[in-house]
Design a protein around this ligand. Structure first.
Ligand code: PEP
Ligand code: MN
Length: 334
């Protein structure tokens, strides 16, 4: 059960609610987010919801039986949207394209991609500076100095930044230079990181783990939300399967099911989802048709020279064609 409390509820009213919860055998966790104050209550006993709903200080109350609660659509019927400022919005009717290289490599590279995005009216650029690589000898990113450069170039172009944070100690140093923190597939169940990102006043793009179920992704999202950060979105980026013909198996089913189960925006990552440049546009279209609130993909001026994920990165002309098709499809769908 979730209870949303009225803003400025008095201590006496709060204590009355807690006493009633304890009387019906429910345990409450208080959750303060940027937007509201909730009590997430766990218990098994049957009771009349009005016993809680009628108490002073209660704004709203709902039964949610899933293991994830605040991110569930059973709690919030409408769509959640994220406002990044300067007219850049994600979800709740706003369809977003986010694109950029797998890794930030140089100022020249960032400038060329930023120009491509600005010319195609894309307001959010992706790019990793802390790169999780399977091999320790592969390019592992430009680090904080790269992020500072990335951020200053993007600000010049009015473009927002989404970039991966790999560990708790990086959060504070990255904070001033980031618009959206990305949690990568490998960290999807790093609960310490998720908890800490719940205390940050920046939106989060949470990727599904390589072998994570839909339910596990939603529970990871619940970590962030219940630690205080409601501004988050989910990202389907493909899962490991027995198939070896492509890098990952993009789970288009997950887009439709996540949209049904959660009020959070759902973003598709077809680049990692299939891992093959020639098929990225088809998967982006499939995800859009399945109801995604946006697409994040990899683009580079010279993909063949990219320091990571070259084989799944589009060049500017492929990117421009894909942007047009995805936008046309989105128009047909709405
Ligand atoms: C990335 O976005 O470049 C990345 C490493 O993604 P994932 O965590 O989905 O593998
Ligand atoms: Mn990548």
């Amino acid at each position: 059960m979730i209870i949303q409390l009225k803003p400025g509820i008095t201590t006496t009213d709060k204590e009355t609610i807690l006493a009633r919860l304890s009387a019906i055998g429910y345990k409450a966790t208080e959750v303060h987010t940027q937007k509201a104050f909730y009590m997430v209550c766990i218990g098994k006993n049957e009771f009349d919801l009005r016993l809680i709903g009628s108490l002073p200080g209660v704004e709203d109350v709902h039964r949610v039986s899933e293991s994830y609660k605040l991110v569930s659509r059973k709690w919030k019927v409408g769509e959640s949207g994220i406002d990044l400022g300067d007219g850049v919005r994600i979800g709740n009717g706003a369809f977003s394209l986010m694109a950029g290289p797998c890794s930030i490599e140089s100022e020249e590279q960032v400038r060329s991609v930023a120009k491509h995005l600005a010319g195609n009216n894309i307001r959010i650029m992706r790019g990793g500076v802390f790169k999780p690589r399977s091999s320790p000898y592969a390019f592992r990113g430009m680090g904080l100095e790269g992020l500072k450069m990335f951020s200053s170039v993007c600000r010049e172009h009015g473009i927002k930044i989404v970039t991966e944070v790999m560990q708790v100690s990086q959060i504070s140093e990255m904070l001033d230079y980031v618009d959206v923190f990305q949690v990568g597939a490998r960290n999807s169940q790093n609960f310490n990181l998720l908890d800490e990102l719940g205390r940050v006043d920046k939106p989060i793009l949470l990727k599904r783990g390589m072998s994570g179920t839909v339910d596990e992704l939603l529970q990871s999202a619940e970590y962030i939300f219940s630690a205080g950060n409601e501004r988050l979105m989910l990202c389907e980026r493909g899962i490991r399967s027995y198939e070896t013909a492509y890098r990952n198996t993009f789970d288009v089913n997950a887009i439709a099911v996540l949209k049904e189960k959660s009020h959070l925006p759902v973003i598709a990552d077809p680049s990692h989802g299939i891992g093959l440049r020639e098929h990225v546009p088809a998967i982006a279209l499939a995800a859009t048709a399945a109801g995604a609130d946006g697409v994040i993909y990899e683009v580079h001026e010279k993909p063949e020279e990219a320091l990571s994920d070259a084989q799944q990165t589009l060049n500017f002309s492929e990117s421009a064609q894909m942007i047009e098709k995805v936008r046309r499809l989105k128009e047909i769908l709405t």
